[in-house]
Every structure is written in C-alpha cells, then in structure tokens.
Design a protein around this ligand. Sequence first.
Ligand code: PGA
Length: 266
Amino acid sequence: MTDTAARNGAPLWIGTSWKMNKGLAESRRYARGLADHLAGTAPPGVQPFIIPSFTALAATRDELGPDSPVLLGAQNAHWEDHGAWTGEVSVAQAKDAGAQLIEIGHSERREHFGETVATTRLKVAAALAHGLVPLLCIGESDEVKRAGESSRFILQQAAGALDGLTAEQLGRVLIAYEPIWAIGENGRPATVDELREPFADLGREYGGCTMGLLYGGSVSTDNAGDLLGIDHVTGLFIGRAAWQLPGYLRILEIAAHHAKAMCGQA
Ligand code: PGA
C-alpha cells in the first residue's frame, strides 16, 4: 500500500488558480458550469477548489451557491485586517467576499511582488486566525535544482512559514510543492522520478501533520494520474490545464478514479 493509500479517508485536493485571467462573465460561466456538473456533491474522495481573481470572488461564490462542495480561494491576501495598505486586500476582506482558502507564496508573487518567507509566515498566521485554509506554495528554481539543493531549499521555505504553529494549526494547512522550472508556458513538466525525492522529504516532515501535500506545475490531463501515484502526493494544484472547465472536470474525474482505486474499489 502506498502512502497515498494510507490517507485515512482524507480527500485528494484538486484545485486551480486562474491567475490574472477571466472577467466576471467568464468566471460566472465557469462556476455555474462546475456547480451544474457537480450538482451539490464533490466527486467521491476529492475536495475541489477554485481560485479566481479578487474581482470575481463574490460573483463566483454566488454562482457556486451556499452549500457548494467546491472550496473558494483567493490568490493572495494581506495579513492585517484593515488599514493604510493601498492596493492590498486583507484575509478578512477576502473571507467577506467568499474565500475559504488563501493561496500564499506562489513563486510568481515571490519573484515579481517581493513575497518573502517572512510575509508568507504572516499570511499563514492570518489565514489560520480567520479560520481559512492557508495553501502555502513552495518551490525551487532550476538553478537550485541543478545545484542539488531542491529539498534543502523547499524545506527551508516551508519551515520559515510554518515553524511555531501548533499541531492543530498545522493540521489546517495545505502545502503545494511547485518547482519554478515546471510552471507555466516556459515550464518543463516534472517527471515522476524527479518528484519522488522532494515528496519523500516533504512527506517525512509534513505528510502526517498537515491537511495535504499537493503537486503543481504543468499538471495536465495526461500526467494527473501518474502524479497522484507518487508517494505523499495528496492533491494537485493546476494552472493552464484547468482554465477551461472541461479540462478541470477531466482531472477531477481522474482524481476520483484514483481515490477509488486507493480504496481497493476499482
Ligand atoms: P501551470 O501553473 O499548471 O499552468 O504550469 C501551475 C501554477 O502556477 O500553479
């Protein structure tokens, strides 16, 4: 039995961030289509989540409906509840607009917007304080990987954001390992073999005590099943392949099949 099989019934987390894409109409259409498809029930063994732009959070929440099985997330949030922070949106405001989960520390924010280990730590604490799920993204550059430092680097990023949390708090955290070299148009999809070691290391540190360890970076309908088969991987965080609803639905289906197989029902 793989470690994934020993999930004790915990769901596979399958979600997508739309990044800086989709206006209100498109966000609504996607959310309505997803809600219609799921008809009030998540695929068995799967926890779906979607992360629109801030501007579309409330509209997306409304389309999903009050008791949706889909968790709604924000792509970032400030740690203070309010104040003189022009251009920022607080965890409290994101929650007010419907967010139940806060994505924290995506590599695009670290690279372009000055996100640091220190700010990821503040944001994780703020999300937890408001009862929201922090989705902490970690990942190394190609340079760090080539130096053979991947595991050391990502464990440091994780520890910097999570050290000092109580066991109860850590149990409400999701971690997404997203190697920078595997993300986006210019990314190279990671092979299963390349991911075994980082996930073994992450699994040892955080596998049993967090809510999930996700993989992200060029996830597609072609590789989703194999990625979910890696020890300690309990979810996928998807960009491009889920920006159109059929792609997301297909990956949800693959995950449900995987969850079922893990329970010996295939
Ligand atoms: P991608 O994006 O799936 O388009 O590579 C992943 C991410 O940035 O989380």
